[in-house]
Every structure is written in structure tokens, then in C-alpha cells.
Write a protein that binds this ligand. Sequence first.
Ligand SMILES: Cc1ncc(COP(=O)(O)O)c(C=O)c1O
Length: 379
Amino acid sequence: MIYLDYVSTTPLNQEVNRMYQSLLNDYFANADSLYSLGLKTSALMEKSRELTAQLLHVLPEEIIFTSGASESNSTAIKGCAFQYQNRGKHIITTAVEHSSVYQSCVQLRDVFGFDVDFISVDENGQLDLQQLKKTIRPDTIFITLMYVNNEVGMVFPIEEVYQIIQRTNPKVKLHVDMVQALGKIPVDLSHVDLASFSAHKIYGLKGSGVLYKKSSTSIIPLINGGQQEHQLRGGTSNTATHTMFAKTLRLALENLDQKYRYVTSLNQYVREQLSQMTDVVINTPAQHVSPYILNFSCVGYKPEVLLHALEMNECYVSTKSTCSSHKNDISRTLQAMGIDENIAKSAIRISFSHHTTKDEIDEFLFYLKQVLQTIKKQR
Ligand SMILES: Cc1ncc(COP(=O)(O)O)c(C=O)c1O
């Protein structure tokens, strides 16, 4: 099998898997129970919170365990909007966000009467910082944007966005979706008020995430019901899953530079090979991008047909963001970059891991060439 869809999800780390299985058996008690079984379970989960905080250089009380980044994003965005609506009802985001951010903002606009501005990107996928500066108003309550784009791979300048906020309206909160950055590039939370993370993108469990919330920032909880997660997320804690977050993160942060360099060389190789193929256009810009993601188009080919043809050879790629894969429309990100419709509608995304080998890449390229020839003959 050649798996090239690590942005969508990753296989479970076997160390994480083993420990998780034993926790399920031995630590089943409710973490809020007052007897020793419950206290033992709670202690493990709190240890994970402490370690997670330590690894992210923040405080344990700033870590909220969630069911994944979609929940973290929804909680940060709606929780912040409801909390600070007395300051104003204006929100800023970008045109290329993950659907969990995009839909949360659209819901705030359409259902709750917030005013939302979507900052555009240029042909290289980079944010229009001048537009951002001009869009911040006295009634702007927060900006929500991603660090690494999940479809094309561009990296946004979070530090510069923070500086713009400081110069224009320092009351504006900054929420960053860091899902595709964690375990791949260094993340710095010092200038961020809220940040979202997901475990299954870094070889951890599905249904596991973290919302970082600076102590000086408040949110209205979306799930009411109990004292769990600093009273911000009611419901019996998923203790075994939350306990595994810290270990998952620790493993993901090991040898970050080494993994980055290796994946950069793989990416470079694929780029060189793809650029020699007729009908192939590379959509991921050359600069300010994550090497873990490469988006390209086989112009004139239906991406779903290619995907399934590659699948016949046990080679797995993606057409666009997996969360929008059942919709037939063109990727919002490629559209925002102004990519020609004919090119955008045939886009394929491949994403790498430090586990990906050069042999796998060569096999993928072989199958891709073969598939392009076969399908062409059938047209
Ligand atoms: C940038 C980004 N944000 C959020 C999410 C949602 O993550 P989860 O599957 O943990 O809800 C994803 C997953 O594809 C993503 O790539």
C-alpha cells in the first residue's frame, strides 16, 4: 500500500495503541468520581494535561481536551463570539479556512447576526496583509485563521498578523487552527489567544483534540453540563483518549527538524518528477509552504477517476480536503488563489509523512503515469 493522504489522517502509532488498550481496561472509572478508582483515572488525565502544556510551553489550565479540531475550532470561534459580543459583532477570517472554521463563521453570520469579513489570498496563496489591516475595526472581536493550509500547504505569517493586531486594535483576539502545523513545524503560542489541535493528524487517536485558551481569554461553553474541562466542556471525560494526547504529542515532536528535512527532500523530488509530466500543473507555490502537502492538477482529467484508478494499485491520494470530498464544487482555496477553473477542478492532493519512502514515491509516480496514459486512451 502507498498511503499519501497523511493530511486527512494518519495511522495510529503502535506505542499509543498499546497504552490506550491497557488504559481502557484498567482506567474505566469516571474521572469525577470521589472514590480511588476515579481519582486514579483523573490523576492520569491531569498528568497528560500537564505534559501537553509543558510541551506547548503553556499552563495546564490553558489546555482543554476536546473531540478533535472541528470541536476546538467551533468552540473557540462561537465561544469567543458569544463571550465578547458586547465589544462588537465583527469577525475576521480568511477565504481558505477548513470547513469547521468557515462554517462556524458562516453560522455566526447567518444565524446570530455577526458581521464576517473573509480576507483574500494572492496567487501564491499568501494573505493580503494590507487588506487585513484595513479590515480591523473598533468593533472587531477576533481574527480566526489557519497556520498551515490543509489543501495547498501555504503557511500564514501568524507573528505578522499578531503585530498588525497590536498596532490597530490590541483588544482583538487571535485564534489559530494549528492542525497541519503540529508535529511538522514549530508552533509558538506566545502571541496566540486560542489554538486548535487534533491527535489523529499526528499518529494519535481519532476523536481526540486540544483547544488552547490563554488564561486571559474567556469563552462561553458550547457544551453545558458539568465541571469537566474547567467548566468549559460538560460530559463525562473521555479519560483514556485525553490521557493519550500527551504521549502522542511527545512522540510527534521528536526529531522535528530531521523529519522536516527528510520530507522536504521527498517533496522536492516529487515536484521535479511531476513538473516533467505533460498535463500536470503544480498548484502548491514554491515558497512559504509546508513540505508535507503537495497539490497538483492533471488538467483535463476528472480527479475522482484518477483517485479510483490509483486506488486499484493500492495507492491512496485525495482530491481535496476530505471534509468537503463529497461535494462536487471546486476547492475554495484554489478558487481564492485565482487558479483557472479547468485546472482547479482537476486538483489532486498528496501528503507525506516521515515514514514515506522514496520507493513508495517512485511507485506512485509510475502508477500515476500509467493511469494518465490509460485514461487518456479511453477519452
Ligand atoms: C486545517 C484543519 N483544521 C481542522 C481539521 C478538523 O480536524 P478533526 O478531524 O480533528 O476534527 C482538519 C482536518 O482535516 C484540518 O486539516
